[in-house]
Design a binder for this molecule. Structure first.
Ligand code: DC
Length: 224
């Protein structure tokens, strides 16, 4: 069973997807981590983020390994586990420049489909999982929330990770990223094609509860 969860930064999709995967006891794929890993490698190697050709060349030369479990996605770049470093605000800032390179998207979409085919069952999370990567997914969700709420959540995460950030700067960063991201690929799926959940006023536990309920309802509706 393939379950997709798409949504903008700070919509709560990462944590919700991970918790849903743990409850269903199937692997979890954080596709943002794949784009972030390439951005991290580009920072390390001093690649010019304005040069799509240089970024695509870097992506072809990097050995990217993705390990999906029910509670984690771990990513290795050239043999080094970079999973923790990927949440750094510096990486967040430059990742949209990597994600807008079509050659890189094509490469990562293929990898994501391979991972899906190998694992068979998956909760996968990103922007384009239900629309582009797994159009035949069994259940598709889109999570959304107001920009203010998304920024507040991101600040909490960053402060918990020991970063010193202001709400203002995070809001600015989210708005810029939303602009770059949404210009590049299909807008998030509409209601009817996906189940849209506005998480602005919801607790994480309620979001996870709702996701699980929707998935289980579909499983029992499809079983003989
Ligand atoms: O979900 P996230 O914040 O970890 O995503 C990091 C960046 O990667 C963000 O700019 C959106 C982009 N991204 C994407 O373009 N396609 C995906 N499937 C996942 C993330």
């Amino acid at each position: 069973m393939i379950i997709t969860i798409d949504g903008p930064a700070g919509s709560g999709k990462s944590t919700a997807a991970r918790k849903l995967a743990a409850r269903l006891e199937i692997p979890y794929l954080d596709t943002g981590a794949m784009y972030r890993a390439l951005a991290y490698a580009a920072l390390q190697r001093g690649v010019d983020f304005e040069r799509s050709d240089s970024l695509a060349e870097l992506a072809r030369s990097v050995r990217l390994e993705v390990d999906c479990g029910p509670t984690h996605t771990r990513v290795r770049v050239d043999g080094h586990d970079v999973s923790e470093a990927l949440r750094d605000p510096k990486v967040s800032e430059v990742t949209p420049f990597v994600a807008r390179v079509q050659a890189i998207r094509d490469m990562l979409v293929l990898r994501q489909r391979q991972i899906g085919a190998e694992l068979g069952s998956l909760v996968t999370e990103g922007r384009d999982q239900g629309s582009v990567v797994f159009p035949y997914a069994d259940v598709k969700f889109v999570l959304d929330a107001s920009v203010q709420k998304r920024a507040e959540r991101r600040v909490q995460e960053l402060v918990a990770d020991g970063h010193d950030v202001s709400l203002q700067s995070v809001m600015q960063n989210l708005t810029t990223r939303d602009g770059i991201d949404s210009r590049q690929w299909a807008p998030l799926l509409p209601e009817g094609v996906a189940i849209i959940i506005d998480t602005t006023e919801m607790k994480l536990s309620d979001v996870v509860e709702r996701l699980e309920k929707e998935v289980r309802a579909r499983v029992s509706a499809n079983s003989p």
